[in-house]
Design a protein around this ligand. Structure first.
Ligand code: PHB
Length: 386
């Protein structure tokens, strides 16, 4: 209820400032500091790259990008969303990590601001506001496909090692449901704290259970630490197959993982090695602009900006949230990751999921795609609709 009165009072201020609001303002709320800061850095770099490549004027309106640091604290994200709407009068919001995206949702709804979910991979997030549209991914999209792949390729006994927060729970839930449905057995589900994780005791416990397959989800920013501890424990030479959604072979970390992840098979929506010309150009431009290899987090920000630019072109600069979300529904385009679209029913992303194996090319590990599942929807939303 606090939120209602907050916006009622703020409406007076908003109307007073409306006359000068010729620009389109986009406010991204990202973890720019704190332990998930690499995610904020990747998103911000990609959004800025998109603007550098496509200009800062759309449908005659000048675009202004504002980036706010929520330090991955959900209450900060909520407060920043209020401030961006009331003080900055933003026309669009960009949401980052799942807990922050969840806490901002009522603010986006009440403030009536179209919001692009650029990081979060948890299914339920886009249900939290009619103005939420996702350009990132869901963990379910990838985890179900890798479970089916593992069963098909002889896996029978798995242990899950999951980062202990909503995306990890979802990755585990979808993986385990598909793995068991395929006739496999899940020996245990081990949950690793999100903050400052020490994977070693969990990897030891997993190894002691003698699975043939280890399913692992760690979020962006943790693949490097995970890879180091995985090989320190000798698990890379244990004969146990390591699989997961794409996050465990994050391109931001892969260049520094040596041989630790060679041969690892994942189901992911983006690899910097995706062999399209558009992606080659993207990877080169991102590297030039940021000094890093483009990763699966970055494309959520790059495509998020594309979604906003294209919507503005279609609405001829009208930023009314219903109008904007209306044209975003069903939009389809070529991304560095392949063809993607927005499901008009759920406002969630529909995208290819690729099976990839980590291999060394020119001295560095890359996730090389070898099988494609086209136009994959979020399986949890599809199951709920049945
Ligand atoms: C999320 O916020 O849902 C999230 C972040 C990073 C990941 C996966 C999921 O790698």
């Amino acid at each position: 209820m606090r939120c209602w009165s907050f916006f009622a009072a703020a409406a007076v201020l908003t109307m007073a400032g409306a006359a000068q609001a010729q620009d389109v303002k986009i406010g991204l709320i990202l973890p720019m500091t704190g332990q998930q800061q690499s995610t904020g850095r990747q998103e911000a770099a990609a959004a800025k790259l998109y603007m550098a490549q496509h200009g800062d004027t759309v449908a005659g309106k000048k675009i202004e990008l504002i980036i706010k640091d929520d330090q991955s604290v959900p209450d900060n994200a909520k407060r920043l969303a209020q401030e961006l709407i009331v003080n900055e009068k933003v026309n669009f919001l960009g949401a980052g990590l799942t807990p922050s995206a969840m806490s901002m949702a009522p603010i986006a709804t009440e403030g009536k601001v179209a919001t692009v979910v650029m990081v979060s991979g948890t299914s339920v997030v886009t249900d939290r506001s009619p103005y939420y549209v996702r350009t990132s991914f869901t963990l379910g999209q990838q985890s179900g496909i890798i479970a089916d792949w593992a069963i098909k390729n002889g896996s029978k006994k798995a242990v899950s090692v999951l980062s202990d927060w909503a995306p990890g729970a979802e990755a585990g839930k979808v993986f385990e449901a598909n793995f068991i449905k395929g006739g496999g057995q899940v020996l245990d589900t081990l949950k690793v704290p999100l903050a400052n994780p020490d994977f070693s005791p969990f990897l030891q416990r997993a190894r002691d259970l003698q699975p043939d397959t280890l399913f692992v989800f760690v979020p962006a920013g943790q693949a490097g630490t995970f890879a180091r501890q995985f090989s320190e424990r000798g698990l890379d030479k244990s004969g146990i197959k390591l699989i997961g959604p794409g996050d465990i072979v994050d391109d931001d970390d892969l260049p520094t993982t040596g041989d630790a992840l060679l041969g690892v098979v994942t189901a992911g929506m983006y690899s910097a090695a995706h062999p399209s010309q558009l992606n080659k150009d993207y990877v080169a431009a991102y590297k030039k602009a940021s000094g890093h290899r483009a990763n699966f987090i970055s494309v959520g920000g790059y495509d998020g900006m594309h979604l906003i630019y294209s919507a503005l072109e279609q609405t001829k600069g009208n930023t009314d949230a219903d109008a904007v979300v209306g044209v975003m529904k069903g939009m389809k385009w070529e991304s560095p990751r392949g063809t993607i679209s927005i499901d008009p029913r759920t406002r969630d992303i529909v995208q290819n999921v690729y099976i990839r194996k980590v291999q060394k090319v020119n001295g560095e590990p890359w996730a090389i795609e070898f099988e494609t599942f086209p136009a994959v929807k979020d399986p949890l939303k599809e199951a709920a609709a049945k």
